[in-house]
Write a new protein. Structure first.
Length: 621
């Protein structure tokens, strides 16, 4: 109903202003305004008649004024993070809420005490999905508790979930979905719907935080009045970088000069592994051993040119870049802005709808799920256009469906204490043949073939609090890193050399051949001689008839390794998640059973306790 001078206590100007404002307000903004006005007069807050606010089950709230239960200003933010993204977003949410007067407990799921869960009224979860739909290492204990019979009923809890994932994986955001479903099963009420984020997560994460802050502020205002920060009603919180944070970040990468780009493999090797030394001078970027360097890559020019030709586009055609409104020539946009080397189910579905292609529509039918999954493996946008004859779709239409090219993360191989204005990374060039075409890693081959000293790269630091040296410099450490997985352990030892740490160090390293693939061999030998590295065991799989890997060397040294564990050693694993990390975990379990006389269940509990004590950390991919 429109306000008139005749049916309200407002004059003409006020009525016109309100009639323009009210239709633009969300339900939560109307609720906040109702609470605000009520609080001015000390009355009980009610839901205004006709707002149409929906309950969690979807039923509309009664049209009669209903008292609204005010939300406490105490908030718990839990995060489960493997590489640090969830941790960073959780910190931003906590800061936004604190600025609006909320008392926030920010905790890693690995440090959270489950027996306090029932006392929490406002719970916000930020969690990534790892591997094949699995929780991050730090989230596993809480995830298992929540899905066990010991989990309490949570009828008094309001919650929301921000899920991070990658649509190129089958179980996209599965961990976040699992948390959302389980909390609802336990009786908790979603105050804001779950948001699932792809690799380009900044915008949806920002929108989710805006909803969370607004929902909590609206409800709390009914008890304590409006926020004291001077924020406008319903205004979205800013996620801009604060003065205390670095000027350069994931959303604002630093253009860093390449100082060195060396091939670490010897002549005759089947592999090419690049050691890059990159200048951070003038960036004010800081990192610690265990952190990663984010690199924004460019697509291969040949692939871009072939794609433009196959689609019948013009390289100099101007296209709009996402929601920014900025424009660029098509070839430049495909080189720098869009991901074109990975096909995902959502993308193929959108292209099928856009093109109307019969064959593509058949491929996305539910009964063709396995066929689609097989097709997506090792195929790219060029394959899709060629295989289904998609010539004729406009460049503007198709680029409007593509996601931004995601950054690649590389474990840092240096200590900033040793090289203050530099960062080093170790990158293996990925090349292989599949479906009749040569394929290659977007970033790794760019670094190997198209980047020389003097060139620049857009980079940022990805902090990883889940892969850090022990606080006590006397704690022994066991490092397991075959291939490029050895990179962070070069940083670990360099840091320990600079700080004079006295704890024992043991490195397990593996690759194909001793003569051509022993990465950083001279440095390990120097550290062994000087005592920075206490001992080292190597496994070169192609130097013997029977392939030998790092887990075999661990089992050979099981008695000594168990003694180190009993002495409080921390274990670090870096490298391939799908096979190596599982094999190493199985080897550790077998050592605990063999040398410690533990049952399989007891060995598993032993490793879980080590994770909780931050004595078992993994940086796997």
């Amino acid at each position: 109903m429109e306000l008139q001078v005749t049916n309200s206590p407002f004059n003409q100007e006020q009525a016109e202003l309100l009639n323009r404002l009210l239709p633009t307000l969300s339900e939560l903004q109307r609720l906040w305004l109702s609470g605000y006005l009520t609080a001015l007069h000390g009355g009980a807050a009610t839901v205004p008649v006709g707002t149409g606010i929906q309950q969690a089950g979807g039923a509309a709230v009664s049209a009669q004024p209903v008292p609204v239960k005010a939300i406490t200003k105490e908030v718990t933010v839990l995060f489960g993070s493997q590489t640090g993204n969830s941790n960073g977003l959780a910190k931003k949410l906590a800061k936004l809420l604190q600025e609006r007067g909320f008392s926030v407990q920010l905790t890693s799921m690995g440090d959270f005490k489950p027996n306090t869960l029932k006392k929490i009224e406002n719970l916000f979860i930020v969690v990534s999905t790892h591997g094949d739909g699995e929780p991050p290492d730090s989230a596993i204990p809480f995830y298992e508790f929540l899905h066990s019979k010991r989990a309490p009923q949570l009828e008094g809890t309001r919650y929301s979930v921000l899920a991070l994932g990658d649509t190129s994986y089958e179980f996209f955001c599965q961990t976040g979905k699992d948390f959302d479903k389980r909390l609802a099963e336990l009786g908790a009420k979603a105050i804001v719907p779950r948001v699932d984020c792809d690799v380009d997560f900044e915008e949806p994460a920002s929108a989710w935080m805006s909803q969370v802050v607004t929902a909590l502020t609206d409800s709390a205002a009914q008890e304590v009045g409006p926020p004291q920060t001077g924020a406008a009603i319903g205004s979205a919180p800013s996620l801009a970088v604060s003065d205390a944070e670095p000027a350069y970040s994931r959303s604002r990468p630093f253009q860093a000069e390449v100082l060195e780009n060396l091939n670490l493999n010897g002549r005759g090797s089947e592999r090419e592994t690049r050691h890059l030394e990159i200048s951070l001078e003038g960036s004010n970027l800081r990192y610690e051993p265990g952190d990663s360097l984010g690199v924004y890559p460019q697509n291969h020019p040949q692939l871009v040119d072939e794609l433009i030709e196959a689609a019948g586009w013009k390289a100099d055609e101007i296209v709009t870049l996402g929601k920014t409104g900025e424009t660029a020539p098509l070839r430049e946009a495909l080189l720098r802005q869009y991901e074109i080397t990975v096909l995902t189910k959502p993308l193929v579905t959108q292209i099928a709808e856009l093109s109307g292609n019969t064959g593509l529509k058949e491929l996305i039918e539910p009964e063709q799920a396995e066929k689609l999954k097989a097709y997506l493996q090792d195929r790219d946008l060029l394959d899709l256009i060629r295989d289904f004859g998609l010539k004729g779709i406009s460049a503007a239409e198709l680029t409007g469906l593509l996601r931004k090219i995601p950054p690649r993360l590389y474990s840092i191989a240096s200590s900033q204490k040793a090289v203050p204005d530099e960062v080093h990374i170790t990158v293996r060039a990925v090349r292989y043949e599949a479906n009749g075409r040569n394929r290659y890693g977007v970033c790794s081959v760019q670094l190997a073939e198209r980047l020389a000293p003097g060139d620049s790269l857009p980079v940022f630091i990805q902090h990883n609090p889940n892969f850090k040296l022990p606080e006590n410099p006397e704690t022994p450490i066991i490092m397991i890193g075959p291939g490029t997985g050895v990179a962070p352990f070069r940083a670990f030892l360099s840091e320990r050399e600079e700080t004079g740490a006295t704890g024992k160090t043991w490195l397990f390293y593996g690759d194909q051949r001793f003569s051509t693939d022993f990465l950083y061999q001279v440095e390990w030998q120097r550290w062994l001689k000087e005592g920075v590295l206490t001992r080292m065991d190597v496994a070169f799989s192609r130097d013997s008839e029977q392939k030998v890997y790092v887990q075999h060397r661990m089992l050979e040294k099981s008695r000594e390794l168990y003694a180190w564990l009993q002495d409080g050693a921390a274990v670090y694993i870096c490298g391939d998640e799908k096979k190596m990390a599982h094999d190493v975990h199985a080897a550790l379990t077998a050592i605990l059973e063999r040398e410690g006389g533990l049952s399989p269940e007891e060995a598993s509990e032993y490793l879980t306790r080590m994770q909780q004590q931050k004595r078992y950390q993994r940086d796997v991919y």
